[in-house]
Write a protein that binds this ligand. Sequence first.
Ligand SMILES: CC(C)(COP(=O)(O)OP(=O)(O)OC[C@H]1O[C@@H](n2cnc3c(N)ncnc32)[C@H](O)[C@@H]1OP(=O)(O)O)[C@@H](O)C(=O)NCCC(=O)NCCS
Length: 378
Amino acid sequence: MSEDRVKLYRGLREVYIDRTNSSFINGKEGKLYYRGYNIDDLAVNCSFEEVIYLIMKGALPTLKQLDQFVSELRSNMTIPEPVLDIIKTIKNAHPMDVLRTAISALSAFDDDVNDNSAEATLRKGTRLTAQAPTIVTAHARIRDGLEPITPDPELSLAANFLYMLFGEKPDPRDVALIDKDFVLHAEHGLNASSFGARVAASTQADLHCAVTTGVAVLKGPSHGGAAESVMTMSQEIGSVDNAEKYVKDTLSSGGRIMGFGHRVYKAVDPRSLHLQDDLKELGERKGEPKWYSILQSVVEVMKPYSRKGINQNVDFFSGAMYFLLNIPEDLFISIFAIGRVPGWTAQVLEQFENNILLRPRLKYVGDLDREFIKIEDR
Ligand SMILES: CC(C)(COP(=O)(O)OP(=O)(O)OC[C@H]1O[C@@H](n2cnc3c(N)ncnc32)[C@H](O)[C@@H]1OP(=O)(O)O)[C@@H](O)C(=O)NCCC(=O)NCCS
């Protein structure tokens, strides 16, 4: 076909590039499945560790398998001293930049780095999943002039995240919220960061390269960065009475309501419903129900947009939940990233299993055969 007649798929909207067993989004009905299991069942019944096993290995673990897997995760949570030194050196960077750099640096300390076999990739994915909370929390403390806290092998990843962040044994109710949040973020079709990770894997680059790419791509506000923006919006709205005016002013000036809209979901993102319930419970427990009420008022005002497929997504309620847990706002995306490491790993494994170089084309619309003039004559 001649270049001028090619069809463009800008944004790769609705383009299917391969098959997957990892997750399925039914955007029309607002359903999400990990490895065939409905997220609604997993969110209320499974720990993050159980879901990591499911996503990375393809089946739910038995009690014995989970036990062994939890031990493997917990024994891999520490990060080498030189990586801590790198974090100290770049402590003033955004937490996502620090996470990306530290994951990249961890490759220098991983014996499996150049081994792209499924077994080695799984081992590396397990290690990176275990190390991500340690990186994020170590950085958060270092930049505040505090000593990083060594992970506690008796605690889950979610409990360790809060423990290493605040330095105190966390409230089990807070742990349950973070645990579920990690579950809800663990895997999600060919989102932009997973696509980025797959592109890296398709060149036969290793898992550290792919996860580093995933973190880089996740950082943007159209992807992982929306939770922080939603919290900023809630603060700007300030009270329920102001929600309608704020939303209408934003939309009429061509702005977007953060935490709304999704490339695949045209119904409400099912993950947001779990987070909505969690935020309500947390807000009441902390004596700050106002954030939930403000966000619900935004949902009300946005109701007419639901017909156009613009509904609340996973980021809409999570920001306020993290805020009520006293988590600094610039760490919000990093929480998403911690949860997503298993998903990136699973998709890299799939890419390796039936690899094809991901290399689409661009339609050239520039000039041709321009007259070349030597630099001294220009
Ligand atoms: C997520 C997102 C990037 C998906 O975008 P997309 O699939 O490329 O869809 P588009 O950007 O083409 O938007 C399609 C239409 O919906 C509108 N729209 C999409 N999201 C909107 C939002 N949050 N607020 C208001 N309008 C929105 C667009 O203005 C556009 O309208 P138009 O066709 O009249 O121009 C987009 O919905 C968005 O920017 N949301 C806010 C950021 C966010 O919450 N990101 C987290 C995603 S999990």
